[in-house]
Design a protein around this ligand. Structure first.
Ligand SMILES: NC(=O)c1ccc[n+]([C@@H]2O[C@H](COP(=O)([O-])OP(=O)(O)OC[C@H]3O[C@@H](n4cnc5c(N)ncnc54)[C@H](OP(=O)(O)O)[C@@H]3O)[C@@H](O)[C@H]2O)c1
Length: 470
């Protein structure tokens, strides 16, 4: 299979290139793109940050982060070729003079050619506005500048709306790519492909036939290096507000009938803006792993939740009264991410019969399974579960890290796997209701390496259901 290759020269500037996101995700993804020969002959990757350093030091840091992340080994020849395209510029985010100097710097590099410029915001959200303003004020009207901004977009409805208006003051919406890296996972992208290609699946994916939907995203690791950020934010904002609500929207939205990003965004918005969280503590469970408060730079009794489970509904005719359960946690027994769709039984079926399940596993396996029931044994009295399953693992063009796949979309001007502000704001509106309800609650302490707080079972038990543990 022929892989897509970027044809035209480009510049990628990474603001905040000295930070965690750049080292953990962006540099390794750039190496994968180089390894798969996706780059044209001419391209420039420029790290921009306030920290003073020369190009050689930056190239060494780049190299180290690629080597550390690629446990399977790195081809030094390919890496060295990539490093020849890597540069560094020391500048401030809030000083126009730095941006004027930067313009001069990259014009010298590209010898004044007109090429696409991608500007990646790998900085904390407080640096977004000054960079947007300075980039906007120093670019020429004819420049093709595309902004790549990674979540979180604001910290509530008001700040997300404010960011939306601020960006609109400097850049056309078409040029802004709002990135949630979950949507760059090829297995998450396969949810839409599965639904688009299989009418049989969509006939089943309606509230009349579905008993409940369960989305689980568990981590076995704790908070580690990003604890300063995490302690201010908590898991409901960090995981549910964007990643998991986006997954929910992909499962429950109407399939867009035209293959455009606009129609996909509209259908997702229809779901996100119809989400209903009833603000009662019985609809949310928060927890904290036992050793969280022992971490060095966290206040000893910080109430930040490292586990969050919520019960939601979709206020739309075809999803009426179908409970949606979402749970996510850190420092748990097993890292796993899955979507389980439980189908209703016939009214005449015995309650103890197992239910039909459609299971989409995102981690550790990437596969879809359908669980059907039959009878077993001489008197045909025993239930037997038949599972049909197949892999959803990537193939060909899709086999790249999230940030690599999304970068190729940006080059091609494809916005399908990005967010837009109406969706973000709708997701904040429902998340704010959860956060407000949580404020009156204390997290339940759970043991490190356990399955999380026991009270998560109350959420499903309320509707006479139980979590399906895969
Ligand atoms: N890390 C991840 O895995 C991850 C995952 C998803 C989303 N994100 C989002 O991606 C963005 C970057 O994350 P990150 O973890 O890379 O952040 P970070 O390491 O804290 O910061 C990145 C760089 O920004 C500069 N910086 C730090 N604090 C700043 C401040 N208060 N004002 C201006 N500049 C500051 C620093 O560079 P200089 O001082 O050298 O300029 C720093 O090296 C954030 O919005 C984050 O929420 C990160």
């Amino acid at each position: 299979m022929k892989l897509y290759r970027i044809q035209d020269p480009f510049i990628l500037t990474i603001f905040g290139a000295s930070g965690d996101l750049a080292k953990e995700k962006i540099f390794p993804a750039l190496y994968s793109l180089m390894e798969q020969k996706r780059f044209p002959a001419d391209f420039w990757i420029i790290g921009y940050a306030r920290t003073e350093k020369d190009i050689q030091t930056f190239r060494q840091e780049f190299e180290q982060s690629v080597i550390q992340k690629n446990k399977g080994g790195v081809d030094k020849n390919i890496l060295n070729k990539l490093l020849d395209h890597v540069f560094y510029f020391t500048g401030q985010y809030d000083q126009k003079k730095s941006f004027i100097d930067f313009q001069k710097y990259h014009r010298e590099l590209i010898k004044d050619k007109k090429i696409m410029h991608m500007a990646y915001f790998s900085v904390p959200p407080q640096a977004f506005k000054p960079i947007i303003q300075n980039l906007g004020e120093t670019k020429k009207a004819s420049d093709d500048v595309r902004l790549i901004i990674e979540k979180p977009f604001g910290e509530d409805t008001a700040s997300a709306t404010d960011l939306f208006h601020f960006i609109a003051g400097y850049f056309e919406e078409e040029k802004v790519y709002l990135l949630d890296h979950y949507l760059g996972k090829s297995v998450v992208q396969s949810i839409l492909h599965l639904r688009e290609c299989n009418r049989i699946l969509n006939t089943l994916l309606v509230g009349d036939d579905i008993a409940n939907i369960q989305i689980t995203a568990f981590e076995s690791a704790g908070v580690n290096s990003r604890i300063g950020y995490f302690d201010q934010v908590g898991l409901t904002k960090d995981m549910i507000q964007s990643h998991l609500l986006q997954v929910l929207a992909l499962i429950t939205m109407a399939i867009p009938v035209t293959d455009t990003a606009e129609s996909l965004h509209r259908e997702k918005y229809n779901i996100l803006s119809s989400l209903s969280f009833i603000p009662n503590p019985k609809n949310i469970v928060i927890g904290q792993y036992q050793s969280y408060c022992q971490k060095r730079d966290v206040d000893s009794c910080s109430p930040t939740e490292t586990f969050s489970a919520v019960r939601l509904f979709i206020d739309r005719q075809n999803w009426y009264n179908v409970p949606i359960y979402i749970r996510t946690g850190k420092m748990l027994k097993k890292k796993k991410t899955s979507i389980v769709i439980e189908f209703k039984k016939f009214a005449f079926q015995p309650k103890e019969d197992p239910a039909n399940l459609l299971v989409i596993e995102l981690y550790p396996e990437e596969k879809m399974s359908l669980k059907l029931i039959t009878k077993n044994g001489v008197g045909k009295m025993e239930n037997k579960v038949i599972t049909t399953s197949d892999s959803l693992a990537c193939s060909g063009d899709d086999c790249l890290p999230e940030h690599g796949l999304l970068l190729l979309d940006i080059v091609r001007g494809r916005k399908t796997h990005f967010l837009n502000f109406p969706q973000i704001i709708a997701a904040w509106q429902v998340t704010e209701k959860m956060l407000k309800t949580m404020k009156k609650m204390k997290p339940e302490i759970y043991k490190d390496g356990s399955t999380g707080p026991d009270s998560q079972n109350n959420l499903t038990a309320m509707d006479k259901f139980a979590w399906h543990e895969l």
